[in-house]
Design a protein around this ligand. Structure first.
Ligand code: HSE
Length: 371
């Protein structure tokens, strides 16, 4: 029997990417979709297969939610905090798939990234687990890139520097980044179209604009265009940001590791739009050749693309602009480091909204549809 699936937060950035991927994969033919809204009940929902889904349902109406076999939400943590426990208290036995982080740490939830942990997901389903949560985007993208090293239990520790896109912070932040870029362009647009310009004068005008009180700063608080922000998420009080803390915690939860793999580093927001990049220093627990390392990485899953460590391939294939909007996970800049035989560097890029957010949820939904 076709399952009833309730969608919440489908209009947001991750939700829209999810719906687009489901359209591309014809997933809507396999379910009975119901669209909910926290603020626009009664209004029109999305168009799926040329049909407008009319009359959006109230996303806070527990009776309506309890009719669903599966609920998939990209609405955010505060919605989950308000609704999830009430549904479970009412003995609702449906499956809950969530993009937000609120339920990730619960013992009875599984973080889903099936190319890495399909076996754990299936065991959890057999054990009656009903709550499945997408992981932090940098964690998903790093695991997709280096899954082969983890499945071969080769990693002793990882140190990572991230270059995270504005989309990871939310839609408003993407808009603000573009406004900042526009403000910088506007202040020098005349100089740029002239054949005679003074570069120092241009830099001076742009710098003055960045430091101007009226620069668009409502969301980021500080300039991102023409700058970067080396802090993401809240302060854990240990010197680590929560984004940095998640790296080790979520990776090990996904891997189900008995021995924790140590992961730490610095997470940085940069001005790319929707692709996160990561520069990774890996200490292996044994000495393998560079060729062997490459094969292990590339053979792990069909989305990983090995990018040879040369200028041409790197600048054309290993960048946010080359990867944006695709499911590709390029891994390049692979080399042994001068610290010793077991030390490697790698650089990887991934679309934060696809493998970093919507795609693992879509694939979890597909698994549930077929059981
Ligand atoms: N926390 C991530 C970021 C979003 O700020 O980029 C995806 O989990």
């Amino acid at each position: 029997m076709m399952k009833s699936v309730g969608f919440i937060g489908w209009r947001g950035m991750v939700g829209s990417v999810l719906l687009n991927r489901m359209r591309e994969e014809n997933d809507f033919l396999k379910i009975i979709p119901h669209f909910f809204s926290t603020s626009q009940l009664g209004q029109d929902g999305p168009i799926i297969n040329n049909k407008v889904f009319k009359n959006l349902k109230d996303a806070y109406n527990l009776n309506l939610l309890e009719e669903m076999d599966i609920i998939i939400t990209c609405q955010g943590g505060s919605y989950t905090d308000t609704v999830y426990s009430k549904l479970r208290k009412n003995n609702w036995k449906g499956y809950w798939i969530d993009a937000a982080s609120s339920l990730r740490m619960k013992n009875d939830s599984i973080i889903v990234l099936d190319p890495i942990n399909l076996k754990s997901i299936k065991t959890a389903l057999d054990d009656g687990i009903k709550t499945f949560v997408g992981s932090n985007c940098t964690v998903s993208l790093m695991l997709m890139a280096l899954g082969g090293l983890f499945s071969n239990k080769l990693v002793e520790w990882i140190s990572v520097s991230t270059y995270q896109a504005a989309s990871g912070a939310g839609a408003q932040y993407v808009i603000e980044l573009l406004k900042q870029m526009g403000a910088l362009y506007n202040v020098v647009s005349k100089d740029l179209s002239s054949n005679v310009y003074s570069i120092l004068d241009i830099i001076k005008k742009v710098t003055k604009k960045i430091q101007d009180d009226k620069f668009p700063l409502k969301y980021f608080s500080v300039p991102l265009a023409g700058s970067l922000i080396p802090w993401i998420d809240i302060d854990m009080g240990t010197g680590q940001s929560r984004e940095e803390w998640k790296g080790q915690f979520e990776t090990n939860k996904i891997l189900g590791s008995k021995n924790q793999v140590i992961i730490d580093g610095t997470c940085v927001r940069i001005s790319s739009i929707r692709c996160h990049s990561q520069s990774i220093l890996i200490k292996l627990n044994k000495n393998i050749s560079l060729k062997n390392m490459e094969e292990i990485i590339v053979n792990h899953n069909k989305w990983v693309h090995f990018i040879p460590n040369n200028i041409e391939d790197t600048i054309f294939k290993l960048t946010p602009s080359a990867v944006t909007g695709t499911l590709k996970i390029p891994v390049g800049r692979l080399r042994k480091l001068s610290m010793g035989d077991k030390y490697f560097s790698a650089f990887t890029v991934g679309d934060q909204l696809l493998w970093g957010a919507a795609e693992p949820l879509r694939r979890m939904l597909s698994l549930l549809i077929n059981i």
